[in-house]
Design a binder for this molecule. Structure first.
Ligand SMILES: [Ca+2]
Ligand SMILES: [Ca+2]
Length: 245
């Protein structure tokens, strides 16, 4: 094999490896930041603010208890066919209004009582052709009372518990049954879905933000490792024109 051919193979493998790494990071995402009433929460985010469990910029600000947005931006600032509508009341956390994660978590929509808050997203298939996960951020101004709510997408219902005297302090905690401030719905494919947030008695059901991310591919990292091994193998096999030692 000539040196140019070898170089071409190594370059192709390196490019493939970079693409595989991009896939492993999850690619582009779409984030919706519920602001609540802006004059109350001061929680509208700038397009350059990084925030989220899978950090991204270009969060779409959804203002008011109820409303709708179309042509949501993805995390690179590109317009998508994704549209959102939401219905609830609103509130905010009395945490510092710092750019990024705190501002993301500060404002929210919420419902008390039996009537759930809902968020409907449409037009997802084109933006997420290989499926997606939905991250639901929740943290209400619950003060000394723990809040629990059932968050549902289709048949999947997951309970989120906001512990007493606990408001976002800079760390995201996935609620796997012991409380936290975000939930993750995995491996969704539908072009549209409705998220509902139903509070248990005496609780609120806040939704501070929703983030749609590409479903991670478990095989991607293994394939990336195989690609790296192939590159190293080629490097070892290649004769050197330079004197060693
Ligand atoms: Ca928010
Ligand atoms: Ca709280």
């Amino acid at each position: 094999m000539g040196p140019l051919k070898r170089l071409s193979i190594i370059a192709s493998a390196a490019m493939w490896l970079a693409c595989a790494a991009q896939g492993a990071r999850g690619g582009l995402s779409v984030g919706i930041n519920f602001v609540g009433k802006e004059s109350l929460s001061f929680a509208t985010m700038g397009s350059s603010e990084w925030a989220g469990v899978q950090p991204q910029t270009f969060w779409n600000n959804a203002t008011g208890g109820s409303g709708s947005l179309s042509s949501l931006l993805n995390s690179a600032g590109g317009a998508t066919a994704v549209a959102a509508s939401w219905r609830g009341d609103y509130g905010y956390l009395a945490i510092p209004n710092d750019p990024g994660n705190r501002r993301l978590m500060r404002g929210y929509i919420c419902k008390l009582g039996a009537d759930p808050a809902t968020v409907t997203l449409t037009g997802l298939a084109a933006a997420f052709p290989a499926g997606y996960d939905v991250l639901v951020y929740f943290d209400g101004a619950n003060q000394g009372t723990a809040w629990a709510a059932d968050y549902g997408i289709g048949a999947a219902v997951v309970r989120g518990t906001d512990a007493a005297n606990t408001d976002f302090a800079g760390v995201f905690v996935r609620d796997s049954g012991a409380g936290g401030n975000y939930l993750r719905f995995e491996n969704l494919w539908s072009d549209a879905f409705t998220l509902s947030a139903s509070p248990l008695a005496g609780s609120g059901a806040p939704i501070n933000a929703v983030q749609i991310v590409h479903t991670p591919e478990p095989a991607t990292l293994g394939l990336a490792a195989a690609g790296l091994a192939a590159i190293l193998s080629l490097r070892r096999a290649a004769p050197s024109c330079r004197r060693r030692g």
